[in-house]
Write a protein that binds this ligand. Structure first.
Ligand SMILES: C[S@@+](CC[C@H](N)C(=O)[O-])C[C@H]1O[C@@H](n2cnc3c(N)ncnc32)[C@H](O)[C@@H]1O
Length: 219
């Protein structure tokens, strides 16, 4: 059972919250080839998105994990707030990156503890596909749009990606668990309801990944 306070599988949450799980997630990005590729591609896309929007005053990065994107995001703003549901991730991140106007907070991306439009840009990488229900995935998006004054940069797992279509076959044939997806048109519709327009939405890879990275700007 998942809800707003425990929105992903308890075993996954426990893993991210344990010192071993947090260190393992960090080590994956240093050792595993597919993680290194996706990290490189995400950085390239982020750099492109920031070229379009320019430098901003404040960014909220939620969830920040161990701070994989901390240095890159800090180079595009004056003040960076790093947040995560996992105390352990926040501690690890702070240990490695606590300098030059970076702030740390334990927070849920489903009930973000900041007022409306508190940050120029709100960034949320690799959380949506962990959220177990459509309702929570949409609540996550609405919270990002509520707290962003100008821009939201967010990843989601696309329902229309090749990877998800293949998974759907395996769901039917082999009883595999469905992916936690969002339809791209639904993401756009929620953005519009919240006063944002989609500027860019690039797949991480056409084959092998269903993740999309979207850039939305307040109208
Ligand atoms: C796959 S990691 C992504 C971390 C980082 N954004 C990155 O791309 O490296 C998912 C993170 O989401 C955090 N998390 C899980 N549920 C959360 C929630 N409701 N609010 C904020 N963070 C959450 C986990 O603790 C974990 O650090």
């Amino acid at each position: 059972m998942t809800n707003v306070h425990a929105p992903m599988q308890p075993s996954k949450l426990q893993n991210y919250n344990s010192a071993r799980g947090a260190e393992a997630y960090k080590a994956d990005y240093q050792k595993k080839l597919h993680r290194k590729w996706s990290d490189k591609r995400e950085r390239a896309l982020l750099a492109r998105y920031f070229q379009r929007i320019g430098k901003v005053d404040t960014i909220l990065d939620l969830p920040c994990g161990h701070g994989r994107l901390s240095d890159l995001l800090r180079s595009h703003c004056q003040r960076l707030v790093e947040g995560d549901w996992s105390f352990t991730m926040v501690q690890l991140n702070q240990r490695d990156h606590d300098r030059d106007h970076r702030h740390y907070v334990r927070a849920s991306a489903l009930e973000i503890p900041f007022k409306d439009q508190a940050f120029d840009a709100v960034v949320s990488f690799r959380l949506s596909h962990h959220l177990e229900t459509q309702e929570l995935r949409e609540q996550h998006l609405r919270e990002l749009f509520r707290t962003a004054k100008k821009h939201v940069i967010v990843t989601w797992f696309s329902a229309t990606s090749l990877k998800n279509m293949l998974r759907q076959l395996r769901v039917k044939i082999a009883g595999k668990k469905p992916k936690n997806v969002l339809r791209n048109d639904r993401v756009r519709a929620i953005a519009e309801q919240c006063g944002f327009r989609q500027q860019l939405a690039k797949p991480l890879f056409l084959i092998g990944s269903g993740h999309v990275l979207g850039l939305f700007t307040r109208e």
